[in-house]
Design a protein around this ligand. Structure first.
Ligand SMILES: [Zn+2]
Length: 275
């Protein structure tokens, strides 16, 4: 691959991979109540400590052909995908935005990976990530992201948290059971903090669409759902309400939608405004 601005771009890629490795570690340890700093990296199968060189992001996975050095157990592919994904994202952001702006967007993307991985495994979104995430988003936006701006960020936090909270509350009132997890509410609040209120709207609608498609695929491939999935020809509201009834986690779809907005906000804004 050609690296237009050379060293900086290479550094961005490496930093992204390292943060990806760290994100994997947090996603594994946080729900299990294991400290982030100690013990140092260990195999999830044999739980033995991983030698430093076998812990190098991306390269170690390729070099070891996806197997633990000590016990031979398969290392989950998503470890590699997270490292590689965040490396590519860091490179793309570095090349596309001013440094501070790129950094703010990268912090959000890293948090989204952690949230998506944990929600996929545990069907829960850690407040430990999303609560501070809202505030961090507001501060970083105020400092580095003029095209979002602190006002839009603040409205985004309130709109993101508030709108989904209200939707969930009404749903519960009408159907008598919880439709939207509170975790999704705070996740959308964090997205609002980083991306402003337009980012919240995009994430909610595009994430719901992805979630509906994901729910249908999940049902067709034999996944358990609590209710029939939407008619593929059904309208948005129909699809939306049915995904809320499935056991498919909603967080990863919201995370993907928010990530797309974080990466392509200028293009999306141009496309939207240009009709
Ligand atoms: Zn092992």
């Amino acid at each position: 691959m050609e690296l237009p601005s050379g060293v900086g771009a290479a550094l961005a890629f490496v930093l992204g991979a390292v943060v990806g490795s760290f994100a994997n570690s947090i996603a594994y340890r946080l729900p299990r109540d294991i400290s982030i700093v100690s013990p140092r990296s260990f195999c999830e199968s044999c739980e033995r400590a991983i030698p430093f060189w076998a812990n190098i992001p991306i390269l170690a996975y390729i070099g070891l052909r996806g197997r633990c050095l000590m016990c031979g157990a398969a290392i989950p592919l998503r470890h590699f995908m997270t490292e590689f994904g965040l490396a590519i994202i860091a490179l793309f952001l570095y090349l596309s935005f001013p440094l501070g702006d790129a950094g703010a967007r990268f912090v959000l993307c890293a948090a989204l990976f952690v949230v998506a991985l944990i929600d996929y495994d545990w069907r829960l979104i850690p407040n430990l990530v999303t609560f501070p995430g809202m505030l961090v988003g507001l501060v970083l936006v105020a400092l580095f992201v003029p095209e979002v701006g602190w006002k839009s960020s603040l409205i985004g936090i309130i709109a993101g948290g508030g709108v989904l909270f209200l939707t969930g509350y009404l749903y519960e009132l009408l159907r008598g059971r919880e439709g939207v997890g509170m975790g999704d509410v705070w996740l959308l609040g964090m997205v609002g903090g980083f991306l402003g209120w337009p980012g919240v709207i995009f994430t909610l609608f595009f994430g719901s669409m992805l979630g509906a498609v994901g729910g249908i695929i999940f049902a067709l491939t034999g996944g358990k759902t609590a209710a029939p999935v939407a008619d593929p020809a059904g309208d948005q509201v129909e699809a939306d309400s049915s995904i809320l009834q499935t056991t498919v986690p909603f967080g990863p779809f919201l995370a993907v939608a928010a990530g797309i907005f974080a990466l392509f906000q200028p293009q999306l804004a141009r496309w939207y405004l240009g009709g």
